[in-house]
Design a binder for this molecule. Structure first.
Ligand code: 13P
Ligand code: SF4
Length: 303
């Protein structure tokens, strides 16, 4: 009997579907995907794929981004309830009010935001290109950064720019406390500590390097050490271990889990391709057209 992974691969071939998965996805979902990456890599892959259907294994804002960049494609999310609490921490009304309060400011929104927020923003960014993008904004222009205060704070520190930060945050990364880092470092003193910029400053300050998930993967491939403490969602340990056999990875905490990322299962991916689960991701064209502008600006400014 064919395994569930074989069934998925065969259904994907028949339907000319591509399966994209974030590095926080469960291991078996990553293993069955055509492409595994960070949110920037996934949006680029979504904009390049010749497939007719994109099965997006990640949270809703990522699937929405794929749909916005590919208005002619069918984008399916296996679990429409996979949201991102940080993306829901700012509403369109709140951002509109902020824009009135700070006229003339450039609005940079983290990709972890709703389509409405992207539509109201000038430039989108991910954690892999936020620094480069803010550095390219003329120094005499103010910057509003939404919704992540930690990523925004890190960009502020690194660029020396003073920015208006919204008070959003990621509940999963908020659980990565300085005490946890200190305790795991004491257990593995030779390991290099890599942390995501969504983690709070006090924790970032104890790490060796701050990277997006894609940045972590690129760094580890080239780096000479053999042991790493990973201070982000634990799903990426599967990605890193596959890419670097022989290196060891320690989760900063087994509780650094994103419950929404884990709502997607290999069974749901199979059922989505069979038409028994999942949802078509639809963004009204009026919103999508505006959101596409801020995403295109991000892609243009990232090169
Ligand atoms: P990346 O941009 O590093 O993929 O991160 C996305 C995310 O949701 C982190 O919590
Ligand atoms: Fe959102 Fe945090 Fe989950 Fe990333 S890890 S999708 S920011 S809740």
């Amino acid at each position: 009997m064919a395994s569930i992974a074989e069934k998925i691969r065969s259904l994907a071939r028949q339907q000319n579907a591509v399966i994209l998965a974030h590095t926080y996805q469960p291991a078996d979902v990553q293993d069955v995907a055509d492409y595994v990456g960070d949110s920037y890599g996934l949006s680029i892959e979504a904009s390049r794929t010749p497939a007719d259907i994109i099965v997006f294994c990640g949270v809703m804002f990522m699937a929405e981004t794929a749909a916005i960049l590919n208005p002619k494609k069918r984008v399916l999310i296996p679990e429409p309830g996979a949201g991102c609490p940080m993306a829901d921490m700012i509403t369109a009304d709140e951002l509109s009010r902020l824009k009135v309060q700070y006229p003339g400011h450039i609005v940079v929104c983290y990709v972890n935001s709703t389509a409405d927020i992207k539509a109201l923003s000038d430039i989108c960014c991910t954690s892999s290109n936020a620094l480069r993008i803010v550095q390219k904004i003329p120094a005499d222009r103010g910057v509003i950064f939404v919704p992540d205060k930690h990523l925004g704070g890190w960009v502020q520190e690194k660029t020396g720019r003073s920015m208006v930060l919204w008070d959003g945050f990621c509940p999963t990364h908020a659980r990565i406390t300085p005490d946890l880092i200190t305790a795991v470092r004491a257990q593995h003193p030779e390991a290099t500590v890599l942390i995501h910029p969504e983690a709070p400053k006090a924790s970032r300050d104890l790490a060796d390097h701050v990277f997006s998930t894609g940045g972590m993967c690129d760094f580890v491939k080239k780096d000479g050490n053999r042991e790493y403490i990973i201070a982000t969602e634990t799903g990426i340990i599967h990605t890193l271990s596959k890419q670097n056999p022989g290196k060891r990875f320690y989760a900063v905490s087994e509780h650094a889990l994103c419950p929404n990322m884990k709502k997607i299962s290999i069974e749901l991916v199979a059922e989505t391709l069979e038409g028994a689960a999942g949802q078509v991701v639809a963004v009204p064209e009026e919103i999508a057209a505006k959101a596409r502008r801020s995403l295109s600006k991000m892609i243009e400014m990232s090169s």
